[in-house]
Design a protein. Structure first.
Length: 521
């Protein structure tokens, strides 16, 4: 068995790659198993052919050495670290940056047929993940769209979806599978994944999808000789961003439009005789209506406290003022804010309000409209109160603000590999940030994270490792590699892509796979 034929060892390694491609969109645990399996088969092959020769191949491949230098950068960052416990933990997370380029660069390129089936396996796994998510949606009431990604982070999953969409369309365009029924199947699968991106409401995933769509259209403009086609594709490049901006504008315009109110005809007392408060200043506007109309706070407090274990004057489970969450939710149901209004809420709705759900639309609408409104509300609250805790988009602005401050104060050396968390904790205190403690995280921008950790020199080297393969190997017209490259770069603008196991494995594997295992397309 130890001296199995090269063909057996080759297909064993292909099988290990298949396990990795199944793991990336579904399981952090399986990712670790896949890497151990790949390493075992790689060493097995090395014992048969000469392990020294494998390392010679790696060191002879300048691109592979450059990719692994990103891990070396994190090792160097330990010199500026005081928290070695967290530093070693971070290095363990980043091991794929070292291991995967070494293994894949010292392995012969795969046959075209195996590459196609591996990519198809990956896409099929992603589709399976979306079907599991839809089962969750149909079998239970989902109060947070993040629950629709049960395997890995919904943002990481959305990146996998984007890769799968354009892989399936690549199969159609390149006529990889000759039978027409397969092409129709791939088109239908790609359409489903596009629809699912809107259901998932991942703004990061939608940004990557539309950005790469514009890049693909630009490629068509460049390579097509027909003037008519060039004009058509140019129109699409202009129309797509315009339509997206118009769509978002129309949502917000309708949402903030104030419907006229005849204040002289508003009821002054509730059914139980409690005077109503009609406040058009402090509660804002939602769906064109003043949230602060028909408030009988005494009744709200008494009735709510009878139905819930959370105090009316306390916080909900998102650390927001519960009474404001309750008032907004009742407004979204078009109910008066009094005892009668609360009695019309179901026990499930009481539970949602406790969890911080402030609008019934968040439960019923899983499209882009709800996500846009939530982002707008978060930004509005951030700019009026200074508290970004209620919305992930507003939180990112606070993360970036803290990142820029840390970059200015540690411009040349950075804070080191292990001191990132402590540096951000101290910076939030220094800023007197109103951000809730459980949301006080790092940059949520990979470029900022690297700059904060390693300073200007480390940041420059990081950018070099990203651009080196594209420039040296002229990868700008390699479809599969540029699909990965733009997905990774765009995700890095809004996420710490390589700071988690799922993210760093996604980045390190596809970077090495499309560089060393495939031929230029």
């Amino acid at each position: 068995m130890l001296k199995a034929t090269p063909e057996i060892r080759y297909y064993a390694f292909v099988a290990a790659l298949g396990v990795m491609l199944i793991a990336i969109p579904t399981s952090n645990y399986l990712m670790s198993i896949a890497q151990f399996l790949m390493a075992a088969i790689w060493l097995w092959d090395g014992f048969c052919t000469g392990i020294i020769n494998k390392f010679r191949k790696f060191f002879a491949n300048k691109t592979a050495v450059v990719l692994t230098s990103l891990f070396v950068l994190h090792v160097i960052g330990m010199l500026f670290t005081s928290d070695f416990s967290y530093g070693w933990k971070d290095l363990r997370t980043k091991l794929p940056l070292l291991i995967l380029p070494i293994m894949l660069s010292a392995t012969p390129p795969l046959k075209k047929r195996e590459i196609n089936y591996l990519l198809l396996l990956f896409s099929a796994t992603v589709i399976f993940g979306t079907l599991v998510s839809m089962r969750i949606l149909f079998q239970s009431t989902v109060s947070d769209f993040r629950e629709l990604s049960p395997f890995i982070s919904h943002i990481r999953f959305s990146l996998n979806i984007c890769i799968s969409i354009y892989i399936l369309l690549y199969f159609v365009y390149r006529n990889t599978f000759c039978k027409r029924r397969f092409q129709i199947l791939f088109i239908l699968a790609a359409c489903w994944l596009i629809l699912y991106l809107f259901i998932l409401k991942s703004l990061s995933g939608l940004m990557v999808f539309f950005a790469f769509l514009l890049i693909v259209i630009a490629w068509f403009i460049y390579f097509k000789k027909s003037i008519y086609l060039k004009l058509c594709f140019t129109f699409l490049i202009i129309a797509i961003p315009f339509l997206l901006i118009y769509y978002i504008y129309s949502i917000l315009d309708k949402y903030t439009e104030i419907k006229p109110v005849n204040f002289s005809k508003l009821a002054t007392h509730s059914a139980n005789g409690t005077p109503y408060l009609h406040d058009t200043v402090n509660f804002g506007i939602e769906n064109g209506h003043y949230v602060g109309l028909y408030i009988a706070e005494k009744e709200l407090r008494e009735t709510w406290n009878r139905r819930s274990t959370l105090d009316y004057d306390g916080k909900d489970l998102k650390n927001q003022q519960l009474k404001f969450t309750l008032i907004r939710y009742l407004s979204s149901r078009n109910l008066n804010k009094d005892s009668v209004g609360i009695t019309q809420l179901t026990n499930a709705e009481i539970h949602y309000i406790e969890k911080g759900i402030a609008n019934t639309n968040y439960l019923e609408n899983f499209g882009l409209k709800t996500r846009v409104i939530q982002a707008y509300q978060g930004l509005e609250n951030y700019y009026t109160t200074g508290d970004p805790s209620a919305n992930s988009f507003a939180q990112r602005l606070e993360y970036w603000k803290a990142s820029i401050a840390l970059i200015k104060s540690h411009f040349f050396t950075g804070v080191g590999t292990g001191d990132m968390n402590e540096a951000f904790i101290q910076q939030y205190e220094k800023m007197h940030s109103q951000l809730n403690y459980k949301f006080r995280r790092r940059s949520h921008n990979q470029f900022f994270s690297v700059f904060v950790a390693f300073g200007v020199i480390g940041f420059s080297w990081f950018c070099f490792t990203l651009l080196y393969p594209v420039i040296v190997h002229k990868k700008w017209n390699d479809y599969l590699y540029m699909l990965f490259f733009f997905t990774a770069i765009l995700s890095m603008l809004v996420e710490d892509t390589i700071e988690t196991q799922a993210g760093v494995t996604f980045f390190a594997f596809f970077n090495a796979f499309f560089l060393f295992c495939t031929k230029k397309e």
